[in-house]
Design a protein around this ligand. Structure first.
Ligand code: PLP
Length: 295
């Protein structure tokens, strides 16, 4: 997707007392080369990111994304981002997003140039892809082994499993494998049979009237969309819960969705070739809610 706007940020320390960070932003030509070839983000995928949806010019759930950026930075031993500075950068970016329709703001924080003095940080704005078909017609998914057990994330924190790192080559490979198997997307499962998440989305199942999602116990990202939908469902009196979900739970679901910031709620129509019922009115109401201005 063609970038509309890009901003390089001179990262400030987390305790920098400034209230106006405009002087630390440098607008750049989004179509021109900008990164040094020594960048660890490109050499090693060593950095973190966030994708924030923009709807009619409004950046959705900025605080939840900033909190997750800080969480990912902690896991990756990156200096804590100054959230006031990033919040201001998001506001500048949102002002350059399409005033109508959907866009995406990306926040990227890289470890910087090898042996360099500081991390590299930048923000981009692009129009969002058209996700109408996934939202309205749904998606077929296959389960794919993620290659480790449910206890691995706690035992091996250097795998950085709860962080939104720039190393998405494995996630993209999983999506290609899903397509080779005739599906649109994948659900990762642990080698000992627990359900995790999709390569770029969280999973929500409805089982006997309760909305369930795998517990973010270090092995998966805590999705901002799932969090927002759960509080919306709770306000409407529905029961929600985080759970350790065995793969057999997938076949018990009477509705299931992959949810993420930009595609929003995509109803699952089949898992491993077995049809899953679709609740079209509820899915439409999820997406109406997700497209409404949310902070
Ligand atoms: N899990 C993974 C691995 C993701 O990459 C994403 C989003 O890109 C999500 C879950 C959903 O997170 P969010 O709802 O904050 O977009």
């Amino acid at each position: 997707m063609t970038l509309r706007f890009a901003l390089v940020i001179d990262p400030a320390a987390a305790d920098d007392p400034r209230t106006d960070f405009a002087g630390s932003f440098r607008v750049i030509d989004p179509s021109a080369p900008a990164l040094s070839v020594g960048e660890l983000s490109t050499q090693r995928g060593d950095g973190i990111f966030e994708s924030i949806a923009v709807v009619d010019g409004h950046a959705q759930e900025t605080e939840a994304h900033l909190e997750r950026l800080a969480h990912s930075a902690r896991i990756c031993d990156l200096a804590a981002p100054n959230l006031a500075q990033w919040r201001q950068a998001v506001a500048v970016a949102a002002a350059h997003a399409p005033g109508e329709g959907e866009g995406v703001i990306k926040l990227i924080l890289s470890r910087g140039v090898e042996h360099g003095p500081a991390p590299t940080a930048w923000v981009t704005v692009a129009p969002a892809a058209d996700n109408t078909a996934a939202r309205e017609q749904g998606i077929r998914v296959v389960t794919l082994d993620r290659g480790y057990g449910i206890a691995t994330p706690a035992a091996a924190p250097w795998l950085l499993l709860g962080a939104k790192t720039l190393s998405y080559a494995v996630n993209m490979a999983a999506l290609r494998e899903a397509r080779r198997r005739g599906a649109d997307d994948a659900i990762f499962v642990t080698s000992d049979g627990f359900v995790l998440e999709a390569p770029t989305a969280s999973l929500i199942l409805r089982i006997q009237g309760r909305f369930l999602t795998p517990a973010p116990n270090g092995g998966i990202l805590h999705g901002t969309t799932q969090l927002s939908l759960f509080s919306h469902l709770e306000e409407q009196g529905y029961e929600t819960a985080y759970a350790m979900l065995d793969v057999s739970a997938l076949q018990e679901a009477d509705a299931a969705w992959l949810v993420s910031s930009v595609r929003l709620a995509a109803p699952i129509t089949a898992i491993d070739g077995v049809a899953v019922p679709v609740d079209a009115p509820l899915t439409a109401s999820f997406n109406r809610y997700l497209l409404s201005p949310r902070d």
